[in-house]
Design a protein around this ligand. Structure first.
Ligand SMILES: C[S@@+](CC[C@H](N)C(=O)[O-])C[C@H]1O[C@@H](n2cnc3c(N)ncnc32)[C@H](O)[C@@H]1O
Length: 228
């Protein structure tokens, strides 16, 4: 497991995010030209209704959890990187921030009405287990939203390769923990495409699975409903 293969042990993933926490938000804005905020707001609105109990798993520096709270949710943001959580805590005291493992969620079955994950599931050591954990902590009829980077097809593909596989790792080399920006495109290359992720969601116990893409297909939003 190496950054070049886009696969790392959980401890290495946590250490990597601890290291890049100080530059994470700036890199997000730079890599997406600021569009990431809009994608997170739309992800939250897709599944959160006012008063919902919401889990934002792999919450990182907290932007998606905060979007879910703004959509009216009572939100818990969970992450295993303490340095990422420190940043999240500094942004909002309206969200409850918890250090924990997305593969062994510290919640009872059926605890939430909605769950969100932004750019997180790609980093999980066991994707099927991560999705099963989300299903377990949702009540039947609860809704999940997964926002994740994907690879565009068609005319945009060569530009995307130049930017994401060429320039992003170069940019990362100038930053603390910059090998994360070699890991990032490699992890996207090995991650399932949108159809396959939809299939994995169904296998984990979600029905009515739908997905859409943003920005010419560089990011996908999957939505599903926990079946009884
Ligand atoms: C790319 S960041 C995404 C942060 C945030 N959701 C966002 O939208 O920007 C991925 C986060 O997933 C967390 N993570 C990865 N594997 C995890 C696990 N097994 N349990 C908890 N957090 C995990 C990392 O610590 C990191 O903060």
């Amino acid at each position: 497991m190496t950054v070049e293969t886009g696969r790392l042990e959980p401890d290495a993933v946590r250490t990597m995010f601890d290291r890049i926490a100080p530059v994470y938000d700036v890199m997000n804005r730079a890599m997406t030209a600021g569009l990431d905020r809009r994608w997170r707001a739309e992800t939250a609105r897709a599944v959160v209704s006012p008063g919902n109990r919401v889990l934002d798993s792999c919450s990182g520096t907290g932007d998606l959890a905060i979007a879910a709270q703004r959509a009216g949710g009572k939100v818990i943001g969970l992450d295993f990187s303490e340095r990422m959580l420190e940043r999240a805590r500094a942004k909002s005291d309206q969200v409850e921030w918890i250090q924990g493992d997305a593969l062994a969620l510290p919640f009872e079955d059926g605890s939430f009405d909605a769950a969100t994950v932004g750019f997180g599931v790609r980093n999980l050591d066991d994707l099927a287990r991560g999705l099963a954990e989300l299903r377990r902590v949702l009540r039947p009829g609860g809704r999940v939203a997964i926002l994740e980077i994907t690879r565009p097809r068609g005319v945009l593909a060569p530009f995307y390769r130049l930017w994401f596989d060429g320039l992003v790792p170069l940019l990362g080399k100038a930053l603390p923990g910059g090998s994360a920006y070699t890991y990032l495109p490699a992890s996207v290359r090995r991650f399932p495409g949108p159809e396959e992720l939809a299939e994995l969601l169904r296998a984990a116990g979600f029905g009515d699975v739908r997905w859409k893409t943003f920005a010419g297909g560089i990011v996908a939003l999957h939505i599903g409903m926990a079946v009884a």
